[in-house]
Design a protein around this ligand. Structure first.
Ligand SMILES: Nc1ncnc2c1ncn2[C@@H]1O[C@H](COP(=O)(O)OP(=O)(O)OP(=O)(O)O)[C@@H](O)[C@H]1O
Length: 947
């Protein structure tokens, strides 16, 4: 059974999540059949299976723990059920879009207040009183002025079963106490609440006595004091309010004493009013702790656990209301299932054979029809002026609804039925069976009158809960409040409105036996319940009908992903889309029927298979959505990166371009400066040419590095720019000097001497004698003067007389010495040595007057001696191969430069005192030396190209 409850809860939950619709689960069955237990199981199921976040765990705990508190205050032991709900409860559980329970709201209906002051034999008052006495701490009880024994309190002991083995009040107290802290009850709240509970118990023990005037008095004010203390009212005012009544005349109020009976009524009315309103306060308080402050849209699952159908030996106004309520719920069930379902098939054009069922609307109308129903008649009796009694009410009923098939009284019943109906009773044939109601107390309970005097006392109470329950505004409102019956009727119709707007699920509880025994199934009882609950008709409709139906639009919207033709959008009519879809997924004809606006699926398994397929496709869709989303994210990242890269690149390119532009600008500036400098290069140093000049200088110096002459003879020099001519000259001089110095340092003493000789030669002959340029390159040879090398033959010749006058002239050349008369060979060296030695030997330096040569390229050398010197044999006329060397050395020997003369044409020479010869120099095609007949010596030389 529990698992089917879970299945129903789960189904409602899934439907709610998938379709975002509101649902309710109606739990019905007679008292003690297990409705409250079933509703608890549903709550537990949601608590365990729904997804949960840590922050929302509190909401879940509150939803769960509100139950024991409400049960303690609203449930009581009855003859049929040890934990019978004595109030109706509709609880909305709110879920957010993720299916997490986030809050709730409770609406309570008509608590059975009369139980506070009176219990039938074998029944108890509300659990909370017994729990307080049994479980409350000593200090608490002392503070409340209570004793632990329930027998001491009249309101708890009338049923004579304050202690019940199946109920553990002590444990329940613990549960309730800990629940209080979870659902936001403060210490102050609890103090006030327990104060009210205790004051109700004290109130029950207030005893009245009749004085001699027939008025009620309270001999023992002990209880009054406690009540006054706990409710925060003045004891004497309370005492007066319990024994007197304020009667309002036109202008003034008159206080008149109450009879004993009326005082007892006033006391009980006060206890009922206090308890009833405190219960409403409690529900509101729980609601405020369950409220979810997040105002986003929520879906709800409502749980309706209302008192079940009740049949006692004595049934009063409460049973009338309770059974009426059950009648209304049965009506809803019939409307929403049997009737609506069959009507739907008809409307949708589905072939259908109507199934007969009992419609209890007729009973509902009997009770609540406007102006004609029992409640209206009761109200009329209540407000009617004149003496209205429960009996007059019964008479009115007989008069007005006496003809109704479901109504009966003793008077109306036949002789058979008469026995079973009392004089004060009427009988209704409810859908669940016949119930006989005793009209005693109907008017009083429907009026629910609380004397104004007592109301005033309660309005002035210092107890914070009572302050909220009894508002002064109520005193000012002179309008008669609606009767209990009308209030209940109205609250039921608004409950039905709430339920009609939601998708229904039903749990029908069947009571197995009347004795609360486990594992005992009373066939008769069960069959009776199945019958009156209409389960058979229901089953028949279900079996012949379809397990599931849904509007084409919704069906298509949910399952369109299962067919490629309908996914992602179907543009045609929804019915065609559904047809295409079911063809694609392979529904067989017996599995479904197509109505005008809905598809009807016959078997649950077909729907389950479709759901499974949808679940599977959902995963694929989710994967695709995820992939698209991830791709979108990645693309966004990529675009961001790309954008960043482009920006970076642009900045980098910009920076490069700027750098390049800067360089170009600099280059242009430099070139322009250069050109300007070039244009102004010849101007004095100014800013326009300053840099150019520096550059030119630098550049010239740097280039010059590689072009400086390498030796003294290299006369090349890099041509300087105009502005650097002076500097270049200076540099060139420095360079030459440097080279010369280097050269000079590098030459040997021998070479130096040779050079000096060459310098002397240059001074003597340069530009004066032919052949000088050619002779310049011929080095002078010191060795030529070396005595050791002198050929003996030459010495012999020299010493002979043959050349003493210089005639004949000796000619010698490289190959040999050729004289006109004689010929003999001499080496060049020897020839020179001969000459020099001869000069040395033959001519005394002191006698040397001068030396003459011709300007031509002949080798004739005339050494003039002083004619006065008698030792000398005249001037020596010599022909010499190395004439420049011989003359130079001669000059250097005598250390006189001015002795040399280079003559042109002819010269005269001294032969002997008074005798002179002439030598004529001429040029011709070949060299010749000959003596004319006149003794004149002619020397012909070959003209050389260079002079
Ligand atoms: N499924 C069940 N199995 C065994 N016992 C159960 C089951 N459901 C309920 N009961 C017993 O029946 C008792 C009455 O159940 P419950 O209070 O839920 O009835 P009810 O329909 O709410 O009655 P009422 O209309 O009086 O409130 C419970 O206290 C429990 O002992």
């Amino acid at each position: 059974r529990t698992s089917s409850i879970y299945a129903i809860a789960d189904n409602a939950y899934r439907m709610m999540c998938s379709e975002l619709t509101n649902h309710f689960i109606l739990i019905s069955g007679e008292s003690g059949a297990g409705k409250t237990e079933a509703s608890k199981k549903i709550l537990q199921y949601f608590a365990v299976t729904c997804p949960m976040t840590e922050s929302l765990q509190i909401a879940r705990d509150r939803l769960l723990l509100s139950n024991p508190v409400l049960e303690a205050f609203g449930n009581a032991k009855t003859l049929r059920n040890d934990n019978s709900s004595r109030f109706g409860k509709y609880m909305d559980i709110q879920f957010d879009y993720k299916g997490i329970p986030v809050g709730g709201h409770i609406i309570s209906y008509l608590i059975e207040k009369s139980r506070v002051v009176y219990q039938n034999q074998g029944e108890r008052n509300f659990h909370i009183f017994y729990q307080l006495l049994e479980g409350g701490e000593e200090e608490l009880l002392a503070y409340l002025g209570l004793e632990r024994d329930p027998q001491l309190y009249k309101y708890l002991s009338q049923g004579h079963c304050a202690k019940e083995s199946s109920i553990n009040d002590k444990n329940d107290w613990k549960t309730v106490s800990s629940a209080f802290s979870v659902i936001d009850f403060t210490e102050d709240d609890l103090e006030n609440l327990f104060g009210i509970l205790a004051s109700v118990l004290h109130l029950g023990n207030v005893c009245f006595e009749e004085n001699h005037q027939g008025c009620a008095t309270i001999p023992d004010t002990h209880e009054i004091k406690w009540i006054a203390k706990l409710l925060g009212v003045h004891p004497s005012i309370l005492l007066e309010a319990l024994t007197h009544r304020k009667i309002e005349a036109k202008t003034e109020e008159v206080i008149c004493p109450l009879t004993l009976e009326l005082s007892v009524y006033a006391r009980d009315a006060m206890a009922k009013a206090i308890y009833g309103r405190t219960f409403t306060w409690l529900v509101n308080k729980i609601n405020s702790s369950l409220v979810n402050k997040d105002f986003t849209k929520k879906t709800v699952i409502g749980l309706l656990d209302i008192y079940g159908f009740e049949v006692f030996d004595k049934n009063g106004f409460e049973q009338f209301c309770i059974n009426y309520c059950n009648e209304k719920l049965q009506q809803l069930l019939i409307e929403r299932t049997l009737k609506a379902e069959q009507a739907e098939y008809e409307m949708e054009g589905i072939e259908w054979e109507p199934i007969q069922y009992f419609n209890n609307k007729i009973i509902c109308d009997l009770v609540d029809e406007r102006h004609k129903g029992i409640i209206s008649i009761l109200d009329e009796e209540c407000i009617r002026p004149g003496p209205a009694t429960d009996l007059s009410f019964l008479e009115k009923l007989e008069e007005k609804v006496g003809q109704h098939a479901h109504f009966q009284t003793r008077k109306l019943a036949g002789p058979k039925g008469r026995k079973r109906i009392g004089w004060m009773e009427f009988r209704l044939s409810h859908y669940a069976g016949e119930v006989t109601y005793c009209t005693k107390g109907f008017l009083e309970k429907n009026n629910d009158l609380l004397y104004r005097h007592l109301k005033e006392v309660l309005c002035s109470s210092k107890n914070r809960i009572l302050k909220e329950c009894f508002l002064v505004a109520e005193l000012e409102n002179r309008r008669r409040p609606p009767t209990v019956g009308t209030q209940f009727k109205n609250s039921l119709s608004s409950l039905l409105e709430i339920l009609i707007s939601k998708e229904p699920s039903y749990i029908r509880c069947i009571k197995p036996n009347e004795r609360k025994e486990p594992s005992k199934f009373d066939d008769l009882l069960i069959r009776h319940q199945i019958k009156y609950l209409g389960l058979m008709e229901h089953l028949r409709v279900r079996r012949a009908g379809f397990a599931h139906r849904r509007k084409y639009e919704h069906f298509l919207q949910r399952y369109k992903s299962l067919c490629p033709d309908t996914w992602p959008h179907w543009h045609g009519p929804p019915a065609e889309g559904v047809e295409r879809l079911i063809q694609y997924i392979g529904y067989t004809p017996e599995e479904y029927k197509l109505g005008r606006t809905k598809i009807f699926i016959r078997f649950p398994r077909t729907l389950f298979a479709t759901e499974d397929a949808f679940e599977f496709s959902k995963h694929q869709l989710v994967a695709r959505i995820q992939a698209t989303y991830k791709a979108c994210l990645e693309r966004r990242v990529y675009v961001r990166k790309r954008h960043a890269a482009i920006t970076l690149e642009a900045h980098w390119r910009g920076a490069l371009a700027r750098k390049l532009a800067k360089r170009r600008k600099w280059a242009v500036w430099t070139v322009r400066k250069f050109i300007k400098g070039f244009i102004n290069r010849n101007k004095p140093l100014c800013p326009d040419n300053e840099e150019f000049i520096v550059f030119v200088r630098k550049n010239y110096i740097l280039t010059l590095r590689y072009h400086v002459p390498k030796n003294v003879l290299d006369k090349s020099w890099l041509r300087p720019p105009g502005i650097l001519e002076n500097a270049s000259d200076l540099l060139r001089k420095m360079c030459t000097r440097n080279l010369v110095r280097k050269y000079c340092r590098g030459i040997t003493a021998e070479r130096k001497a040779l050079m000096q000789q060459k310098v002397v030669t240059s001074e003597l002959f340069r530009g004066k004698k032919e052949g000088y340029a050619e002779a310049l390159n011929q080095p002078f040879a010191n060795s030529r003067i070396d005595e050791g090398d002198i050929n003996p033959k030459v010495l012999q010749l020299i010493s002979s007389e043959k050349i003493q006058y210089g005639v004949p002239v000796i000619k010698y050349d490289r190959k040999g010495f050729r004289a006109r008369e004689r010929q003999f060979l001499l080496t060049q060296k020897a020839a020179y040595v001969v000459e020099l030695a001869k000069i040395k030997q033959k001519i005394a330096y002191s006698a040397l007057k001068g030396v003459s040569t011709s300007s031509l390229s002949d080798g004739i050398l005339v050494i003039h001696v002083s004619p006065e010197d008698s030792k000398q044999k005249g001037d020596a006329v010599l022909q010499c191969e190395h004439i420049f060397e011989a003359v130079t050395k001669l000059v250097m020997l005598v250390k006189r430069g001015n002795i040399v003369s280079v003559v042109q044409g002819s010269l005269r020479f001294y032969i002997s005192p008074g005798k002179e010869g002439t030598i004529v120099f001429d040029t011709g095609p070949e060299e010749q030396i000959y003596k004319d007949k006149n003794g004149q010596l002619t020397v012909v030389s070959v003209r050389t190209t260079s002079s």
